[in-house]
Design a protein around this ligand. Structure first.
Ligand SMILES: C[S@@+](CC[C@H](N)C(=O)[O-])C[C@H]1O[C@@H](n2cnc3c(N)ncnc32)[C@H](O)[C@@H]1O
Length: 223
């Protein structure tokens, strides 16, 4: 979490960039069947950008993140939007509802190790709506194939197509300045397959295209 906190504490949020980061993920879920009936948990929600965007269509969307400044920001915004979401840094709070879908958008790489992923998947089993087969989406996961330079170029390209070249350039510049030496966790599809099996789920199914602009990474669904 240190990398993420370090970057965000030093930077003012740019709403256009926040929307950009979650745009393709939002579009994907909004076109899923039965979205209006689903209870969704945005796990590692940050500022809850994804959650707010899905809330308009889904039955219910809650968010959890241990990063309190993000949760505080989201709860201020919640009042403005008249949102019904539970957005909290306390895991107990999000246990008040049961879920059909749990989404981790760009989160797994901030876990400390594979055991943390295993424990988290086991926790998710207790959060699903009773007698239903819930789904977990791990989106934008860093693998050993990931290459920061190519990721940056890809982001610049996609941002240009979305009219966001300047804010993306500023984002990358600030990220470069505020970088520290903490390594992100790299996790391969084969690791997730093994861990999800250990947690009692089926194997993860790799989505044909990563759902975030960082195309060097991958996304998968566990059910
Ligand atoms: C790159 S941000 C992504 C935020 C959000 N999901 C989005 O798409 O905008 C990574 C987030 O993962 C959260 N995170 C890190 N470790 C976590 C953990 N063990 N459990 C839950 N969230 C965690 C961080 O606090 C941070 O908000």
């Amino acid at each position: 979490m240190t990398d993420w906190k370090n970057y965000n504490d030093k930077n003012k949020r740019d709403t256009r960039m926040s929307e950009f980061w979650v745009k393709s993920t939002v579009n994907y879920f909004l076109t899923q069947p039965n979205i209006t009936k689903l209870n969704i948990l945005d796990y590692g929600c940050g500022y809850f950008d994804l959650g707010f965007a899905l809330e308009a269509e889904a039955n219910k969307v809650n968010g959890y993140d241990p990063y309190e400044p993000g949760i505080d920001y989201a709860n201020h915004k919640k009042k403005r939007l008249n949102s019904q979401a539970i957005i909290s840094s306390k895991i107990e709070d999000i246990k008040k509802d049961n879920y059909d879908l749990i989404i981790l958008n760009g989160v797994v790489q901030y876990f400390h190790n594979f055991n943390e992923l295993l424990d988290t998947l086991i926790l998710f089993k207790s959060l699903f709506r009773h007698n239903t087969n819930g789904k977990i989406y791990l989106i934008d996961v860093v693998s050993t194939q990931s290459n920061l330079a190519i990721d940056a170029l890809q982001n610049l390209y996609v941002a240009t197509k979305n009219g966001l070249l300047t804010p993306m350039f500023i984002h990358l510049f600030k990220a470069a300045i505020h970088r520290n030496d903490k390594k992100l966790l790299h996790i391969e599809p084969s690791d997730i397959k093994k861990i999800s099996h250990q947690a009692g789920f089926s194997e993860c199914k790799i989505l044909p295209e990563n759902l975030s602009p960082s195309r060097q990474r991958f996304s998968c669904v566990i059910s």
